[in-house]
Design a protein around this ligand. Structure first.
Ligand SMILES: CC(C)(COP(=O)(O)OP(=O)(O)OC[C@H]1O[C@@H](n2cnc3c(N)ncnc32)[C@H](O)[C@@H]1OP(=O)(O)O)[C@@H](O)C(=O)NCCC(=O)NCCS
Length: 203
């Protein structure tokens, strides 16, 4: 007997920028543990971008562990994006998050788009989706850490409405998670050769 996939709740996003021919409808849905091999593939592919600008230690950094991704997918912390409404093809991008309910703050842990699907607005639509979800759930802020000067990091998030947090702002209670991540990154020799920053967007 043919196996039927359990149906999954999918949100459809029509092309956002009508002037960009590369943009097309995408479908966003929560990851489940069976998606983990795809997440690892996406992560490896997305990292390619860093190799092109000489940041090899970032490009070849290991993706998050399988067990970590399984746990996050079980607890609805990972969103996937696909160009295929049937979801039969592999997803092409993912986003992962940590939720700090006490401070109504979402930490955007990772956004990664398969290199072959970059610059089609998929990353932006995943972030839009996270913002709408977080707002609906009563969260007030999204925070993240990123490379300050890499074009698809600091400047990209700034374009999407995030602003950089200074040392004084980082002491605020709602910035505890992002501040801890920033401190850990400063100790990580694979990435600390390049400036890291913490950024925030108010919902
Ligand atoms: C950051 C990332 C998720 C963006 O996803 P995306 O779907 O390509 O993003 P969008 O199409 O929404 O926007 C792309 C913008 O990023 C910047 N960008 C992306 N690739 C770039 C490149 N190779 N050179 C210069 N700018 C680039 C540009 O501002 C671009 O906008 P444009 O196409 O209008 O010029 C994706 O580039 C990625 O996976 N990068 C590797 C992993 C990473 O750095 N993640 C973010 C840190 S957690």
């Amino acid at each position: 007997m043919a196996e039927t996939k359990p149906s999954r709740k999918v949100v459809e996003y029509p092309p956002k920028h009508k002037d960009k021919s590369a943009h097309q409808t995408i479908y966003i849905y929560w990851a489940v543990p069976e998606d983990v091999p795809h997440l690892i593939e996406i992560e490896r592919s997305a990292s390619e971008l860093f190799r092109h600008i000489g940041m090899d230690s970032v490009a070849y950094d290991e993706p998050p562990s399988e067990i970590h991704l399984i746990k996050d997918s079980i607890s609805n912390r990972i969103l996937l994006a696909s160009e295929d409404p049937s979801l039969e093809s592999s997803p092409v991008a993912y986003l992962s998050m940590e939720l700090d309910e006490d401070h109504k703050t979402v930490y955007l842990a990772q956004v990664s788009v398969d290199y072959r699907y970059a610059r089609k607005g998929i990353g932006e639509r995943l972030i839009d989706h996270l913002e709408a979800y977080a707002h609906r759930k009563g969260y007030e802020t999204i925070v993240l850490t990123t490379f300050k000067d890499v074009p698809w990091n600091g400047p990209y998030y700034q374009r999407l409405g995030f602003y950089e947090l200074d040392a004084e702002q980082l002491k605020r209670p709602e910035h505890g998670t992002v501040s801890d991540h920033l401190d850990a990154e400063k100790e990580n020799d694979r990435i600390n050769k390049w400036s890291r920053v913490a950024m925030r967007k108010d919902l």
